[in-house]
Design a protein around this ligand. Structure first.
Ligand code: UDP
Ligand code: MG
Length: 314
């Protein structure tokens, strides 16, 4: 059995060595046939040079370095496109995905009953309450309006069989939302819960605004429901307009036509204007995504690597 671990890294100099020591300790107990594939996502610190020194001492270590920062989704995709092992795992470099879970995950796959073992955190300790609340609401919403099964608290940390990785690679969309892609392709998945672990060092690359945009991306990628909001509000507004017309006509016939109603006219204009802009905005989001997809730009560009067979542009 061969196992590959994909590790997307962006400015992780503070934690990389610690991660390396821990993961190698765990892997060497399991098998000698492993590959640790670091994907350097255009780090500006010494992440890449640390990875290169690790390669000198251990031939199991491979790396792919991007020409700039393409984002974690692109880094994971590059990993998936460039591994050939029977079992493949994705792990963060910051120790939030505990390497000590790997043996258990492998055992579960070996039992033959599952195609992948995914992880989720039981709690959101160490996170601002408002962020936890928004995250919970996001998961409720996206599960209602899309057919991708997205689990609350799911992490990207998972171990998969080869077939599942091939399915992921075949989903070559440019706007990637991995949590949705994992759910969309299906397969039998075992969920392993663990207590949230804080970063071993360095800083998270996420802030509230980035998370919000990521959530919107997730919704747009896996649901067409927002598009129908425009049509439904159109139908609703037509109905209201019809009733208002009746009211105005009756008022005109019964009470004549004194010039009044500036306030109500303004309210109607503002309200309809807002709904129109909102609907156009939603459509714009979908059009922008389609535009990006049709350009067929590569997901990533590799500037250097120690893997002979690396797909440099994909
Ligand atoms: N990461 C990346 N490219 C980016 C941002 C993050 O490859 O543009 C990597 C990062 O180095 C880490 C993982 O993705 O290994 C998760 O990032 P982070 O810990 O910031 O996210 P969080 O755990 O807070 O969700
Ligand atoms: Mg993290």
């Amino acid at each position: 059995m061969r196992i590959s671990i994909i590790v997307p890294c962006y400015n992780e100099q503070a934690v990389l060595k610690l991660f390396y020591v821990e993961i190698v300790k765990v892997l060497e107990k399991i098998t000698n046939n492993y590959e640790l594939l670091f994907v350097d996502d255009g780090s500006q610190d010494s992440t890449l040079s640390i990875i290169k020194t690790l390669c000198i001492n251990n031939s199991h270590i491979k790396y792919i370095a991007f020409s700039r920062n393409f984002g974690k989704e692109a880094a994971m995709y590059a990993g998936f496109c460039n591994v050939d092992a029977d079992y493949v795992a994705v792990m963060d470099a910051d120790m939030q995905d505990p390497p000590s879970l790997l043996p258990e995950m492998i055992q579960i796959l070996e039992s033959g009953k599952y195609d992948s073992v995914a992880t989720r955190r039981k709690n959101r300790e160490g996170e601002p309450p408002i962020r936890s609340w928004c995250a919970r609401k996001f998961y409720q919403l996206i599960n209602k309006i899309s057919d991708a099964d997205i689990v609350d608290g799911a992490r990207d940390f998972r171990l998969m069989k080869r077939e599942m990785v091939s399915a992921i690679v075949s989903m070559g969309e440019y706007n990637r939302f991995s949590k949705g892609i994992f759910g969309w392709i299906g397969y039998k998945t075992y969920w392993l819960s663990y207590k949230n672990v804080e970063r071993a060092g360095g800083k998270t690359k996420w802030n509230f605004w980035k998370l919000f945009k990521y959530a919107i991306d997730g919704i747009i990628n896996f649901s067409e429901v927002p598009l129908s909001i425009a049509s439904w509000s159109g139908i609703g507004m037509t109905f209201i307009a019809f009733i208002m017309m009746l009211v105005i006509i009756i008022k005109r016939v019964c009470f004549g036509d004194p010039v009044a109603g500036w306030a109500s006219t303004m309210c109607v204009i503002l309200f309809i204007g807002a709904i129109q802009l909102f609907s156009i905005g939603i459509m714009g989001q979908y059009i922008a995504k389609s535009y990006n997809e049709t350009k067929h730009r590569p997901h990533y560009i590799v500037s250097e690597s120690n893997k002979e067979t690396v797909k440099k542009i994909n």
